[in-house]
Design a protein. Sequence first.
Length: 318
Amino acid sequence: MLLWKNRSVRFLVYLLILLFALETTDIIPVKKQGYNRLKSYNRHYTLKANQSDHYDIVAFGDSSVSTDISPEAMVASLPGLRPYNFAFPGLSMNKTMLMATEDRLDVTSPSKAILLGFSTHTLTDAEQVNNKYYYPFKNVPFTELLTIRLTGYDLLNPTSFDYLYWLWTQKSNPTKKKKEAKEQIIPIIHDDTGWFELESDVVKTEFSREDYVNKYKDIALGISPTVVSELLEQVRIWHQKGIRVFGFRVPLAPALIDISDEVDQFNQNQFVTDFMQSGGTWIPINSKGYKTVDGFHLSGREARRLSKDIAEVIKSKL
């Protein structure tokens, strides 16, 4: 009783009840797609980085894989198998992240496979990005992780309240909502499969070399021979372990493919040859067949189509 008399304790309890009600009911109508709602970016990637389950197929790459690979869409072609999207924004395919990807794999599965989605950026030396986009999520304090798992919200991180703010703006200004819906890219997060879906009708078609350089200049530019060498060696090890390794190049706006190859000095033909000689299976993707929303990421509709196409290839090889 003495504890309940504390105003701070009562406030926290009431807040938890409110958040739970918003999450589990339709007190405030929210546009749903499947079992998803707009949720905290930090919360999503914290749960993903601390995922303990194991899966038949694990997809890894940077933000393009995070948005472009829908495990739900893959299941239609791979019944009975459990795919998971273990991609994070901006990461390179260095040894640390490749090992983290393998850790999510069910090594007892007869159909175990790893799906790697490549952009030229994933082959750069971007360890400093891992420090920003993976390790803080992986190494959150236990109390913060426990709060997220118990309540569904990162209450100890101020950005977790972006969900409540979004609900308020949508309810309070429907006219603004309609206007901004045409201009904004809205995330729809699938926590149980790791997919960070994007909902948008925006299609950007014009890009310059400057656009690409500005996006990555503070992270990393230029293919890293060390990253490529370690990656190919890991593909060989996985192949020897009986793990099927599939690779594909993530769809980009056509102009960005040539720009990224030139800026990062990437020879795709040579890389694909080396990847296949290491035991990997390459899945050719025609970028012109998919529309991106911003040059780098697919909309949910296009991501489902890409995921089904990739799943059909995997099905034929397993």
